[in-house]
Design a protein around this ligand. Structure first.
Ligand code: ADP
Ligand code: MG
Length: 340
């Protein structure tokens, strides 16, 4: 779409199809890391299952098996045993895969705005991928997030830009496929420093919802500058914290229940600092608001501290009546626990 719209003369915020390979192929990004000396997990890129099984011999467990292409969040297995790794390879079938070393550490995300070789920090965030409290149960697209992630100190942010994001931007220019848009770096903060887990080439949610209320500049102007290649600088970010709590339809992530009635969104938004982003809702002809997806609402609040943002976000959630929905009550536990 970006290519077609650019060809038709529109300014576009977002990468070309060629530059979107940074998300579209794990192997593409791993090879780029090798060329540019970017810290990432040691890996082997294979074309089919038999090669993947052979490559396993080169790794200890745990080991990580990744389908190469887009897989709706279901393409990665962190295998604790060799048997689990073999089962994951069987399940992945005969497509290309990446087998990689298991990295230990805490995960965090850094969002950067990039156009060609120009790259600036947008904001940091952390999310909660598991469906259940205490980070248990199956993986989801994300059940909640907060920004900033204090574990990404200003020093670490600068290091991630210098060692990971900027070399990526340079390498994409050198390859003749410059990147433009938002580059969402998934990072593991290891004892040896930050390492790249993967890139997304878009504002993923729920991190996006937690970042937006912190941007004090005119977002449209900023995105237009990135789109047109005009000079742009890192936006002014509020030093307040924001938290997003996802309200999902019961059955999510497997088979979310559709059509559940939702009430009280306006009441939630009357709570100070609260914004409710609609993710999977539909307006019935009667005017009723109904669930129409897995993740239904992203209830977001901003406040002077993360603890206060959490209190506000949950006041927002509690103002909403949605009998078929559920949410986690412990979003932010890691960050909030740090200060205790
Ligand atoms: N090398 C690794 N070491 C440890 N954990 C990993 C590694 N690679 C991925 N993971 C875990 O698996 C999750 C999903 O992997 P990721 O590469 O982000 O794929 P996707 O988001 O496309 O499913 C990560 O968020 C992380 O928790
Ligand atoms: Mg990911």
């Amino acid at each position: 779409m970006a290519d077609a719209a650019r060809a038709a003369g529109f300014a576009v915020f977002g990468p070309s199809a060629a530059a979107a390979m940074l998300e579209g192929s794990k192997g593409f990004t791993k090879d780029l890391c090798t060329r540019a000396g970017i810290p990432t997990a040691a890996y082997v890129r294979v074309e089919m299952a038999t090669d993947a099984l052979a490559a396993l011999d080169r790794f200890d467990v745990p080991v990580v098996i990744k389908a190469d292409g887009l897989a709706a969040g279901k393409g990665v297995t962190v295998a604790m045993t060799r048997a689990e790794a073999e089962a994951a390879i069987d399940l992945a079938g005969d497509g290309p895969m990446v087998i990689e070393e298991f990295l230990e550490g805490e995960e965090a995300s850094l969002f950067a705005l990039v156009h060609g070789e120009r790259a600036v920090v947008l904001a940091s965030a952390q999310d909660h991928k598991r469906v259940g409290e205490g980070d248990t149960g199956p993986n989801t697209g994300g059940m909640g997030a907060y920004s900033p992630a204090l574990v990404l100190t200003p020093e670490l942010e600068a290091r991630v830009m210098r060692e990971i994001v900027e070399p990526t931007a340079r390498e994409m220019v050198a390859a003749g496929t410059p990147f433009s848009g938002v580059l969402f770096a998934g990072l593991m903060l290891t004892a040896d420093g930050p390492k790249l887990i993967e890139y997304n080439v878009r504002f993923g949610d729920p991190e996006c919802e937690a970042i937006m209320p912190r941007i004090e500049d005119d977002l449209a102007e900023l995105l237009m500058a990135v789109a047109t290649g005009a000079p742009f600088a890192a936006p002014t970010l509020s030093d307040k914290s924001a938290m997003t709590v996802v309200v999902a339809a019961s059955g999510y992530p497997a088979t979310p229940l559709r059509g559940g009635a939702i009430d009280g969104v306006e009441a939630a938004e009357r709570e100070p600092g609260v914004t409710v982003f609609h993710a999977g809702t539909a307006r019935h002809s009667s005017g009723a608001l109904l669930a129409s997806g897995g993740r239904v609402l992203a209830v977001t609040a901003i406040a002077d501290t993360l603890a206060n943002a959490r209190a506000r976000a949950y006041r927002g959630v509690d103002a909403i009546t949605y009998a078929d929905g559920f949410h986690r009550r412990d979003i932010g536990w890691r960050e909030l626990g740090r200060k205790a």
